[in-house]
Ligand binder design. Sequence first.
Ligand SMILES: [Zn+2]
Length: 152
Amino acid sequence: MEKRGLVQQTITRRIFGLPERAGCKNVINLHGSVNRNYCPHCKREFTIEEIRNAKHVPLCPDCGTVIRPEVVLFGEQVDNAVMTRAAKEIEKAEVLLVLGTKLNSNLCSQLLKYYTGNKLILVTLYPHFSDKMADYVINRRVDETLKELLAE
Ligand SMILES: [Zn+2]
C-alpha cells in the first residue's frame, strides 16, 4: 500500500519488523525492533544475525556486558522522541487506518488524541465497546481486508 502511495506512514507497536519485511520504508516502531541490538554499556550496535549466531547469552565482545534488543521491555517507557514523531504523523493524517487493536488501549488512546480528521477506519476481528471511537468499523480479519483493499 505504501508503494502505491495509499499509505504514507506506518506506526506499529510490534517488534518483529513485519512492515519493513513487507517493503514499507516509513515505519515508526513504537516499541523498537528486535532487528536492532546494542550494548547498554558501550553502545556498540549488533545485527540480528550476530545475536542469532550467539551460542549462549550474547555478550559484548568489547566490554562483556549482556547485549539487549532495542525494544521497550515490560515496565519501560516508549521513547518520548518516538511518541512525538508518531503524534506529529497522526496529526497531519487525513485518513487513519487502525489495524487489529482496541482503540482504548493505553498507547492507542494516547496517540488518537492527535487525530483531528473524521476518517478513522478501524479494522479488527472482534467487536469491542471502544470501537465507537472510530468513524468506520470493519469487524473482519485484517489480512483479508487489506488484501481486498489492494485488489480494489
Ligand atoms: Zn559493550
